[in-house]
Unconditional design. Structure first.
Length: 293
């Protein structure tokens, strides 16, 4: 692994909640868990891990179906994926955590907050609109704004057949079009993701994550009136068509979390933690100041 690309982390594996999980750790102090989104892996946090590890134990897993974590056929509803995190916490002896989630990781984090409030101190969500809200507002305009791949990946078998052998083309489309600066990621960085998504079952795992939308909406609807009581930080890219330009993000999250700090990041697309690590790290440092374990 190139030192120029990878932060100084330790890799771990264990069978937890019925699957082989992979995660990386760095630092010491109160635990902070980082949950990546699509189409990324733990590697998407490489610009946050060294900074946060100065004061915290950083735990960055590959979610179920992604990276070096097992890619089972089922279990991609966000309740099960949140329970993956609970199993990891129990394995590491962490009773409560601060949780940071981007994209799909934010969906897991939101379900975690609803299902396990006693295990959560605070939650940061990055460039995410909750699944229930997306479903309630989905239309042709939203599809054109960037949500076309939600139903596409939800189709059984077809995406895997079309993407196989073309993972670089498929993934690069998102990295380029989702960024304020299309050249934000180097080819070496993109290649890290391409290798991860070329693993057997990796595209199927990502698709299964999206195919769980029906279960996720049912779960989210059942407790839609239950607020997240912990402090919440919502960050988003001001220039991303699918989130900042499509929704009043602050209003969306205020409906879920009354104790909210909401910040739009300028000159930033969907991959905020990669494109504007200066601003993301500053906001996370401030947000985590009171988390003493």
């Amino acid at each position: 692994m190139s030192g120029e690309l990878y932060p100084d982390v330790t890799h771990h594996f264990a069978r937890l909640n019925g699957i082989q999980q992979h995660w990386v750790t760095a630092g010491t102090g109160p635990p902070v868990y980082l949950l990546h989104g699509f189409p990324e892996t733990w590697f998407g946090w490489r610009k946050q891990i060294p900074e946060l590890a100065r004061r915290h134990t950083v735990v960055a897993p590959d979610l179920r179906g992604y990276g070096a974590t097992e890619k089972p056929v089922g279990g991609y509803d966000k309740r099960t994926m949140a329970n993956d995190v609970i199993a990891l916490m129990n394995h590491l002896g962490h009773d409560r955590i601060a949780l940071v989630g981007h994209d799909r990781g934010a969906r897991v984090g939101t379900r975690f907050a609803k299902d396990h409030p006693g295990r959560l101190d605070r939650l940061a969500v990055i460039d995410n609109i909750p699944t229930r809200v997306v479903a309630e507002t989905f239309d042709i305009a939203k599809a054109r704004a960037g949500y076309w791949y939600f139903p596409f990946l939800g189709i059984l078998d077809l995406p895997e057949a079309l993407i196989a052998g073309k993972e670089d083309v498929f993934l690069s489309y998102f990295y380029r079009t989702w960024s304020y600066n299309p050249e934000m990621l180097s080819q070496d960085e993109i290649d890290v993701y391409v290798r991860a998504y070329r693993q057997p079952g990796a595209i199927r795992g990502a698709c299964a994550d999206y195919r769980a939308a029906g279960e996720d909406i049912t779960q989210d609807t059942a407790d839609a009136d239950v607020p997240i009581e912990q402090p919440v930080l919502a960050l988003w890219g001001a220039d991303f068509e699918g989130v900042g330009k499509a929704y009043d993000v602050a209003a969306v999250w205020r409906d879920l979390a009354p104790d909210l700090r909401a910040v739009a990041l300028p000159q930033c697309g969907h991959l905020c933690q990669e494109e504007r690590p200066d601003l993301v790290n500053e906001e996370l440092r401030s947000f985590l100041t009171g988390w003493l374990g």
